[in-house]
Design a protein around this ligand. Structure first.
Ligand code: ADP
Ligand code: MG
Ligand code: MG
Length: 358
């Protein structure tokens, strides 16, 4: 019998539409001769719906982004099957062999769905509960990796109700990046070049997460990313060929949401146009971060490189963008694994791993 794969997508975070696009590409990549796909959408309100899984409805149309809804008839909507009653979290999973939770951000990439699947005893693609929770949280990720000797840029953490102290302003300097601790896709992030703009930036970040990071902006930053995959048959994790992202459009000063998905504002060099030893060091640090954070399945590890070729860890994404045009699949394609092979390998690794402590 075929392997039943539930692909869970959409979700409650601001990255909902990106997850839909990724899911559409995953549906197309899973060989129907080997896999039976169960498409499960989660609405922005958190309702689980059995979706129709038509990949053509899960694409970005101009500047309109796809959306899981539980009503039919909306213009660009992935409608639930109206004959099937709305599900509760976890419903729709009986008889499923493995889950691909292609969800970004809170309530998906943060260990919550992973916990549900552990309790249900259903194997799933990607990192486990603790690794997901830590990796989505930019504060705890930095604390743990700094303790391993991985360089991170100076930052301050503002918990709910806290303000940035004068001492921290002096220590961090301007400009700073203000970001939600547990966000993604650059949502809620502001580059602050004058302290007069700090309050508005904090408010924007706190719309995504009550906990906020304020970070020294790396001057003249170059951004380099690397894909990591869990090893096959118990082997060590593997790093892809890294890539450098360059924001080329004049209206975008940094890699914000629009530059990432809408404006064709970015280009990439695969491999980066950097000395071989810098590229190799990025790969080593990616594997170190993956291992130190108990990574499983996959991760994309992102770095800043300074004009002096110093490398700083920026963040890790345990469920990175997974559209056929996203960096993670493209870096693996350049490393010899095309999109369908990559998806198939991740599903098989998850099945072989099973659930429980390892
Ligand atoms: P997200 O998880 O939303 O992608 P990031 O921390 O990666 O959040 O920040 C998004 C983008 O903001 C980065 O890709 C980079 O362009 C810019 N950025 C964030 N922090 C810094 C920093 N300290 N220095 C320079 N640029 C930064
Ligand atoms: Mg991120
Ligand atoms: Mg990022």
């Amino acid at each position: 019998r075929k392997i039943r794969v539930a692909v869970i997508f959409g979700g409650r975070s601001g990255e909902h539409p990106i997850s839909c696009v990724s899911a559409g590409n995953v549906f197309e990549a899973l060989d129907p001769g080997e896999f039976e796909v169960v498409p499960i959408g989660i609405t922005r309100e958190g309702r689980w719906v059995l979706a129709d899984g038509d990949p053509t409805r899960l694409a970005i149309a101009g500047r309109v982004l796809p959306e899981v809804t539980d009503a039919t008839g909306e213009a660009v909507a992935l409608a639930a099957d109206p004959t099937v009653p709305a599900l509760r979290a976890g419903d729709g999973l009986s008889g499923v062999d493995v889950v691909f939770p292609i969800l970004h951000g809170a309530y998906g990439e943060d260990g919550t769905v992973q916990g549900l699947l552990e309790l249900a005893g259903i194997p799933y693609v990607g990192a486990g509960v603790l690794s997901s929770a830590v990796s989505l949280d930019k504060e705890f990720t930095k604390r743990l990796l700094a303790a391993e000797g991985v360089p991170v840029v100076p930052y301050a953490v503002l918990r709910p109700g806290m303000e940035l102290s004068e001492g921290d302003k002096e220590r961090l300097g301007l400009p700073v990046f203000v970001k939600p601790a547990r966000g993604g896709s650059s949502l809620g992030i502001t580059k602050v070049t004058d302290w007069a703009g700090l309050d508005a930036a904090l408010a924007a970040a706190r719309e995504v997460d009550p906990k906020v990071l304020v970070e020294t902006a790396v001057p003249g930053v170059r951004e380099v990313e690397c894909g990591v995959l869990e090893g096959e048959d118990g082997g060590p994790p593997e790093a892809s060929v890294p890539a450098e992202i360059r924001v080329v459009a004049a209206e975008h000063d940094w890699y914000d949401f629009e530059a990432k998905y809408l404006d064709d504002a970015s280009e990439f060099d695969l491999p980066p146009n950097l000395p071989a030893e810098v590229v190799e060091r990025v790969r080593e640090l990616s594997l170190k971060a993956f291992t130190a954070l108990d990574g499983a399945g996959l991760a994309r590890v992102d770095f800043f490189v300074t004009a002096d070729l110093e490398i700083y860890f920026n963040e890790i994404n345990t469920m990175p963008g997974f559209t056929s045009r996203s960096m993670f699949p493209m870096m693996w394609a350049a490393s010899g694994l095309d999109y369908p092979k990559l998806v198939t390998r991740m599903v098989r690794t998850a099945l072989a791993r099973g659930t429980g402590l390892r």
